[in-house]
Design a protein around this ligand. Structure first.
Ligand SMILES: Cc1ncc(COP(=O)(O)O)c(C=O)c1O
Length: 362
């Protein structure tokens, strides 16, 4: 059976499959939440990484203010699962998505979205007019990533324009410094301080005309640094929940451990020193480097869409039928290749969680 049932032994689960170490995941969530328990800064974990309402609920239960998603279609899935306080961290750029967004906000008023252009704000405003409803929005400020966000010097003018539309309430601003997440710590500290100064200055300049209560920012690599800046009210890390090889090797914070693995099976031994496993580009991503086999002296190399090879001294002892766990180098793009997580308790399946916002890229 493709989807394993509770109580099934790990040995009987079909591969490739995502295996969650629930204890480690809870430890990661607990550690992050603890950092903000006594802090004036709140935490709104980003669900773009794990894409799971179950995990979102664990974060909320552990003390998160709300959640973030990137796209409106993801927000719909999260809202339909009963989660209400959702920030959509990417602006809309087309009347169709603006319409979906407005329809969601008409149903769930706690859904908020960022805006970074007059055109995008106008599309949202038009869609809301048709539904006779209003929306809370945050001005997205470009703090150096050059991906989305209005230039800090133009933030006030945009905020004035947005407020003038009549049905968009400005409640805060966002500035995401994604380009800094993996920098060496000294450089990361210096550059994130500069980015946060830009964001706080933009927030303060908007405060003259608008009620800016939320100043939100930060990923797993920078959130602790961002939260130390006066004026930041909220952080939005996501990868800390599962971690991956890229973050493990660059974070400089041992508090978080890898909690997600791809389980593979050896399906062939084309050469004595080479084992072929059933994991290729369709089940693990490689744009951040190779996944790491949880097997000594063993290296993974993709061998096409559906296959990969394991080489090195560790691979020589493998036989057809052996299972090998891989730690993904990049969780986001690995997770979306799968339909569900298998959650283990010891050697038995305890739960299966759908990756519910998989494919929701609109
Ligand atoms: C706007 C925004 N906030 C937060 C995050 C979470 O970052 P991370 O996965 O590095 O924790 C991302 C990730 O891309 C993001 O785009």
């Amino acid at each position: 059976m493709l989807v394993p049932t509770k109580g099934l032994s790990l040995d009987a689960v079909a591969t490739p499959v995502l295996i969650v170490d629930k204890d480690m995941m809870f430890r990661n969530i607990g550690t992050m939440m603890q950092r903000y328990k006594e802090s004036p800064v709140s935490i709104r974990p980003h669900m773009k990484t794990c894409k799971s309402p179950e995990i979102a609920r664990f974060c909320l239960y552990a003390g998160a203010q709300g959640i973030c998603v990137v796209k409106t279609s993801e927000a719909w899935v999260m809202a339909e699962s009963g989660i209400t306080d959702i920030l959509i961290t990417s602006p809309v750029g087309h009347p169709t998505t603006a319409q979906w967004c407005a329809e969601l906000i008409a149903k769930v008023s706690d859904v908020k979205i960022v805006v970074d252009s007059e055109a995008g704000a106008q599309m949202l405003s038009e869609a809301l007019k048709g539904l006779e409803t209003k929306a809370d929005v945050l001005i997205d400020v470009n703090v150096g990533q050059n991906r989305t966000g209005v230039q800090p010097s133009k933030a006030v003018a945009l905020a004035d324009f947005v407020a003038g539309l009549g049905n968009l309430n400005i409640v805060g601003c966002q500035g995401y410094e994604g380009h800094l997440q993996f920098l060496p710590m000294d450089e990361r500290k210096e550059k994130s301080a500069a980015a946060m100064e830009m964001l706080v200055l933009a927030a303060n300049s908007m405060r003259k005309n608008h009620k800016i209560t939320v100043v939100t920012t930060g990923g797993t690599g920078t959130s602790t640094l961002c939260a130390a800046t006066t004026g930041i009210t909220e952080v939005q890390p996501g990868s800390f929940i599962f971690m991956d090889v890229k973050y493990r090797d660059s974070l400089g914070d041992d508090a978080f451990g890898t909690a997600l693995q791809v389980m593979s099976t050896v399906i062939s031994k084309p050469l004595p020193e080479l084992a072929t496993i059933d994991v290729g580009w369709k089940s693990v991503s490689t744009e951040y480097g190779m996944p790491e086999p949880v097997l000594k002296d063993c290296v993974y190399t993709p061998a096409g869409d559906e296959h990969g090879t394991l080489s090195g001294a560790g691979a020589a002892d493998l036989s057809v039928g052996d299972r090998v766990m891989l730690i993904p180098s990049h969780i986001d793009t690995t997770v979306v290749l799968h339909e569900f997580y298998v959650v283990m308790q010891g050697k038995l399946v305890s739960e299966v969680w759908p990756i519910a916002t998989r494919g929701r890229v609109q």
